[in-house]
Ligand binder design. Sequence first.
Ligand code: FES
Length: 113
Amino acid sequence: MTIHWLVVAPRSAVPEGDVIGVQVEGHEIALYDVDGEIYATANICTHGNARLCDGFVEGHEVECPLHQAKFDVRSGHATCGPASERLRTYNVRIEDDQVLVGLEQQINATAPA
Ligand code: FES
């Protein structure tokens, strides 16, 4: 397993205390700025078909706009029902004022003959 880093947004596109949604290589990702730190999770709620980028950020939690489940954006854990399944989280790096998200990639190595 290796990490494949992709530029997903300019750092300035993520407002402090808020969330935006981006799409990259088939992944819908939510980017959050909490106290100047950037976090990334899956953008689709684990309870239903709602985008967390349309929700509300309070502290380290995002609230789903549909049924108000809450998730900790650092760990992806559901902190308030009705969702119970954790959100996928992504590694984040900032380089040259760009947000990079790390996607895990399976490397299929062929055994030497
Ligand atoms: S779809 Fe998010 S809480 Fe129901």
